[in-house]
Design a protein around this ligand. Structure first.
Ligand code: ZN
Length: 188
């Protein structure tokens, strides 16, 4: 099974956002580990950029165009889009994300400081874990795949439950040393 992360990047932003794509490649390897640990599934990981340069295409870009891209690339592959736009509507509060069968997307926020790993971990990596959890629970046949994730997510947002933090060796660590942060999976 292949999990393909796709970073949407406007052509004029390529150089400026290079560090983020570098982080995304590391994050992909981390999620290979995280998914195996929490959902006992083995994925190969691929990370690509979708370079957006056509003004017309940019105007039309929405969840439907990403779903169409997913179909063209192959529906047997799990495509996960890290996007610069938010979906028109979402069930996932604080995530600006969307998921469907073998499909995920989140709004990927650009940090003010491109080397701000803490921002990438707490702001973006966490949202990715949220959408992955929905789809992986669904693939397991868990009928509570929506509620389970949102119950925990609400505790992160409103009840000061902290995220899970991992260092570059994918070991649990504290927030200040974290390279990756995820939803708390202990209640799944
Ligand atoms: Zn959600």
């Amino acid at each position: 099974m292949l999990l393909n992360f796709i970073f949407l990047n406007k052509i004029n932003d390529l150089e400026r956002r290079f560090a983020e794509f570098d982080y995304i490649k590391k994050m992909g390897e981390f999620y290979k580990f995280w998914i195996k640990k929490n959902f006992s599934k083995s994925f190969d990981i691929q990370c690509d950029q979708m370079i957006v340069h056509e003004r017309g295409f940019l105007r039309r870009l929405d969840v439907d165009s990403l779903l169409e891209d997913h179909r063209k690339r192959g529906e047997e592959i799990y495509h996960f889009y890290l996007s610069f736009f938010r979906p028109l509507w979402t069930d996932c509060i604080g995530c600006e994300g969307y998921y469907a069968e073998n499909f995920g997307m989140v709004l990927w926020d650009e940090p003010d400081d491109k080397n701000d790993v803490s921002f990438l971990a707490e702001k973006n990596c966490t949202k990715v874990s949220h959408e992955l959890a929905h789809e992986l629970l669904r693939q397991e046949g868990n009928k509570q795949y929506m509620e389970l994730v949102h119950d925990v997510w609400d505790k992160h947002l409103f009840a000061s439950l902290s995220y899970e933090h991992y260092n570059s060796n994918f070991e649990k660590t504290t927030q200040d040393k974290a390279l990756f942060s995820t939803i708390n999976t202990s209640e799944f």
